[in-house]
Design a protein around this ligand. Structure first.
Ligand SMILES: *Cc1c(COP(=O)(O)O)cnc(C)c1O
Length: 215
C-alpha cells in the first residue's frame, strides 16, 4: 500500500488543532515513502530498528527529526547518538546511563522519554510508577534529559479500558511535571487509538499504518 496523503492531511489538521505533535512511524517502509510525507511538510519520523534508522538518516534530508520508538538495547545507543532527536522507549536505568555517556561523547544532550507499563498485557516493556519516581529523583545522567513519558495501551476493543490506561499515564505525567519543569512531552496514541489518547491529554502521537499503509 502507498502513502495515504488524504489521511495525512486530515490527521495533521486534527492534531494541529489540539497542539499535538505527529510522529509519522515509518518502520519497514522505504525511504521514498518518507520523502513523500516530507514533501508535504512532515518533519518528525519514528523508527523502531537501529540499523534501519541509521541507513534512512544517511539517505534523507538533514532537517528530519528522528524519533527512536523501539526497544533500545544499550549496546546500540552509540549508532543513533550523533543525530537522534528523541528516544521514546527508555526502559532501564542502564540504558539511560548509556544514552548520557554517548550523548556526552557527541557533545550533545539527548532528550528521552521513560516508557511506562500501562497495559494489562505482560508482553509490553516499561517501568511502573514507583520506578519512575526513583529514576527521576536520582537525576544522575546529565546528558540524558528526561522530558516526559511514553506508553502503549492494551491492544483491545474495550475502549473503556484503553481510555483508563491513557488516563492513568496522564496522571503520572502530571505528577512528575508538577515537580519537573522540563517535563513537556507525553507520547501516547497510535493509529488505532490516537483520538482517545489526545482526549486524555497526549502531547505526541505515533502513527504508522494510517499514513503508510499496513505493514
Ligand atoms: C509501530 C509502532 C507505532 C505505530 O503503530 P500503528 O498502529 O501502525 O500506528 C507506534 N508506536 C510504537 C512504539 C510502535 O512500535
Amino acid at each position: 500500500m502507498a502513502v495515504n496523503k488524504e489521511n495525512y492531511l486530515r490527521i495533521k489538521q486534527e492534531l494541529d488543532a489540539s497542539n499535538t505533535t505527529l510522529v509519522a512511524v515509518s518502520k519497514i517502509k522505504p525511504a521514498s515513502d518518507i520523502q513523500k510525507l516530507y514533501d508535504l511538510g512532515q518533519r518528525d519520523f519514528g523508527e523502531n530498528y537501529v540499523q534501519e534508522l541509521v541507513e534512512k538518516q544517511a539517505q534523507l534530508p538533514a532537517d528530519i527529526r528522528w524519533h527512536f520508538i523501539g526497544h533500545l538495547q544499550s549496546n546500540k545507543v552509540k549508532y543513533i547518538a550523533p543525530f537522534v532527536h528523541l528516544i521514546h522507549g527508555v526502559t532501564s536505568g542502564s540504558t539511560l546511563k548509556e544514552i548520557s555517556k554517548q550523548a556526552q561523547k557527541n557533545n550533545r544532550v539527548i532528550d528521552c522519554l521513560l516508557q511506562v507499563h500501562i497495559a494489562q498485557e505482560e508482553t509490553k516493556f516499561g517501568f511502573d510508577a514507583t520506578e519512575i519516581e526513583t529514576i527521576l529523583l536520582q537525576n544522575e545522567h546529565p546528558n540524558a534529559n528526561v522530558i516526559g513519558l511514553m506508553g502503549m495501551a492494551s491492544f483491545s476493543d474495550d475502549l473503556t479500558q484503553v481510555r483508563g490506561e491513557f488516563a492513568a499515564l496522564k496522571k503520572l505525567f502530571d505528577k512528575a511535571a508538577s515537580v519537573k519543569p522540563e517535563f513537556t512531552t507525553l507520547s501516547m496514541g497510535m493509529s488505532g487509538d490516537y483520538q482517545l489518547a489526545v482526549e486524555e491529554g497526549s502531547t505526541m502521537v505515533r502513527i504508522g499504518s494510517l499514513l503508510f499503509g499496513n505493514r
